[in-house]
Design a protein around this ligand. Sequence first.
Ligand SMILES: [Zn+2]
Ligand SMILES: [Zn+2]
Length: 269
Amino acid sequence: MKLVFWGTRGSLPMNTPNHRIFGGNTSCVSVQAGDDLIAFDAGSGLVHLGAEMAETGRREIDIFFSHFHADHICGLPFFKPLFNADNTVRLHSFGDDAESLRNALDGYLKDPIFPMGLADFEADLQFINHATDDNLHIGSLSVSALAIPHPGGAHALKATIGKKNFVYATDTEHTPDAPNQALIDFMQAVDLAVYDCTYDDDEFSERRGWGHSTWQEGLRLAAAAKVAKFGIFHHEPERTDDMLLDIETRAREMLAASFVTRDFMRLEI
Ligand SMILES: [Zn+2]
Ligand SMILES: [Zn+2]
């Protein structure tokens, strides 16, 4: 399973001289196994996946959404494969409201917020909603989901091929001293899990109710779930390279197999 972290930032794309190492694109991770390609979320990082697809002549992709907040969909209208009638782009969502993804994008891609709408994309654009407990198959890859606490709801996503597993768990808020057992079960012994590490434990009391978690909580969940590798993800926009390097050093003291995800990082698990 080949992973590319096209965007690892949360909330807002960022670009300053202090965002060079980790990057500033918002959430998007691609997962490839053989010829099968999927992506989790369509933040601004998706634009770069689209450029690579255009370059390699790839004609189809399945994109799964954790939820539809702007930092997770903002790359979509700039996704090159949507502007080619030979392409197929399937957008997948989970939950009770079958039309929620289409409605969210329809509301976002509309005058006066955006000058073009869903009907202007030339690719075959499909919306597919699934029950949260569905287990889906995209070629050799399978994808499952778990509802996690976040304003408006969100889903953690898991990609599996053979015995290899990757969990993508953003955005979510934790309750101090009450670890999310369902998420620990979902992450159990996976090869790699990335998690919403927007804040530090010291900042968290001021940010209760904002829907995000801390890197220390992520490490506690990862330790409880015995994940092989843990990635700090969904960085707060104002986290500079120096701050993230410091977090990585401190995280490794707690859990040696942890690291801070960065834009354009490629990993094979
Ligand atoms: Zn987010
Ligand atoms: Zn969100």
